[in-house]
Design a protein around this ligand. Structure first.
Ligand code: BG6
Length: 484
């Protein structure tokens, strides 16, 4: 029996802010991502309110997919991609976010991409907002903490549904929406400007109830915006399928101590179901009020909010999955690094060079858990290994470690399908090398396709196939049967 269903959506994923570049091209406005400097595993990226002359901002050029999209899509087609997940840069469509009319050049740019994909037989999976929004909406309105931003987003999303009717069927409203629960997401996800220039990722020891209120209300506003967008998408074209996108959080209890078990359950629920329940079931989970109480926040409920959430539930659940973590109530347990979810080191797992604990079986566990809770189709829209790729003596990139990582995760997917999970697609992250979101580096590469560019912006941007390119081509051609 075939392990993957007929029509399974094999593909790859990218995000505009990490690959497009062209930051001022054809009327594009300033995005939040354009204000983040480069960094490394040891040096955090910095936010700067004003663009500093002489400072390197990786999104400004990125891998210039803006200028290379045909060549890149041709390479995806050569691998046999059935689908390609990419995001639209909000600032190409509405440069300031509150503009009366959309920017036609931006609309036509994405039409060109979609048309080229159609010509190549690749199904688009479009993220409407991926860690990027008009900087003006943050500076002048306060980002998602302000309820007015809901309408700007809905206008933007509605413009996309109308313009690209018939060209796009699968939409995702917000990338990793659950990052809005964390300090990490205040700027990246919610567009709440830091009080001063500097790193944005870390917990602020002086965080106030007001800061937390902005965060929880900002996320509530995103839920409302997402629900309204789902309704608009269905009205404009009943063929549209809209998904949520959650950063897959897979915490294990470090020991069988019931305290650890409870802490891990709480981390799983909070990390995944806080957002999943609202977006899939149309209401907050029973544990949500406890979270608000503990954070000391009052959510800004308005008349009609509950009905809006209930009316805008998604058609499918998508998520990213890179690693798992361990939860311990013992303060001495050693910490493991991660871009979003740090935790205790798991002695059974190996970690990537960036400290992410590699765990294919955790993916199967996660798929089973989420499917049994929601019973809607699932899609893995990010997964992969960020690694340093060195050119070998024969001039090629032999990335067997990446193949090994992906192979084990695909095996885990096949296992989950056998367990009864309705998994409809798989789009490994950074199918072409791009800028890392957490560190702003090029050195942390995920791609099947190598891009000649380094952390400082040097390189001629030419593209090359790695060994994983041919391997993935074979995986797709055999619908996941041949993983050798
Ligand atoms: C996810 C994001 O968190 O992880 C992507 O949706 C990101 O934007 C990816 O690039 C990998 O993280 P990083 O930090 O290695 O780029």
């Amino acid at each position: 029996m075939a392990r993957f269903p007929e029509g399974f959506l094999w593909g790859g994923a990218t995000a505009a802010n990490q690959c497009e570049g062209g930051w001022k091209a054809d009327g594009k406005g300033d995005s939040t991502s354009d204000h983040l400097t480069g960094g490394t595993v040891d040096t955090p990226r910095r936010y700067t309110h004003d663009i500093e002359e002489g400072t390197y901002y990786p999104s400004h050029e990125a891998i210039d997919m803006y200028g290379h999209y045909k060549e890149d899509i041709d390479l995806f087609a050569e691998m046999g991609f059935k689908c390609y997940r990419f995001s639209i840069n909000w600032t190409r469509i509405f440069p300031n976010g509150d503009d009366a009319e959309p920017n036609r050049a931006g609309i036509e740019y994405y039409r060109g991409i979609l048309q080229h994909m159609k010509d190549k037989g690749i199904e688009p999976v479009v993220t409407i907002s991926h860690y990027e929004m008009p900087f003006h909406l943050c500076d002048a309105y306060g980002g998602w903490a302000n309820r007015e931003v809901i309408d700007f987003y809905v206008k933007y999303a509605t413009t996309l549904f109308t313009e690209y009717k018939g060209l796009v069927k699968y939409w995702l409203t917000f990338n990793e929406i659950n990052c809005g629960l964390m300090k990490f997401g205040d700027y990246m996800s919610l567009g709440i400007l830091p009080k001063e220039d500097g790193p944005t990722m870390f917990m602020d020891p002086n965080e106030t109830v007001e800061d937390r209120t902005k965060r929880f209300c900002g996320l509530h506003h995103q839920f409302l915006a997402s629900a309204k967008a789902v309704q608009a998408a269905h009205e404009i074209d009943p063929e549209n399928k809209v998904g949520c996108m959650i950063a897959g959080n897979m915490p294990y209890a470090y020991t069988c101590n019931p305290d650890d078990q409870l802490a891990a359950q709480r981390a799983f629920y909070q990390g995944n179901y806080y957002c999943g329940d609202v977006q899939v079931r149309g209401e907050y989970a029973p544990f949500a009020p406890r979270i608000w109480r503990e954070a000391g926040v009052e959510l800004d409920w308005r008349d009609g909010d509950r009905e809006t959430l209930a009316a805008g539930t998604v058609d499918f659940y998508t998520f990213s999955y890179y690693m798992s973590s361990c939860v311990s109530t013992d303060p001495e347990a050693a910490k493991a690094a991660g871009n979003i979810f740090s935790g205790v080191k798991n002695p059974y797992l190996e970690a990537s060079d960036w400290g992410w604990q590699i765990d294919p079986k955790g993916l199967r566990y996660y798929l089973n858990d989420v499917y049994n809770r929601y019973r809607v189709p699932l899609m893995i829209v990010e997964n992969g290994l960020g690694a340093v790729d060195e050119r070998a003596e024969d001039g090629k990139f032999h990335d067997s470690y990446r193949i090994d990582y992906l192979r084990k995760h695909i095996e885990a997917m096949a296992g989950a399908i056998e367990d009864g999970v309705d998994l409809i697609g798989y789009t490994p992250w950074g199918c072409i090398d791009l800028v890392s979101a957490s560190t702003g580096e090029m050195k942390k590469r995920y791609g099947f396709i190598y891009v000649d560019k380094d952390n400082d912006g040097n390189g001629d941007l030419h593209r090359e196939r790695k060994d994983s390119f041919d391997w993935y081509k074979k995986v797709i051609a055999t619908n996941g049967e041949d993983l050798d």
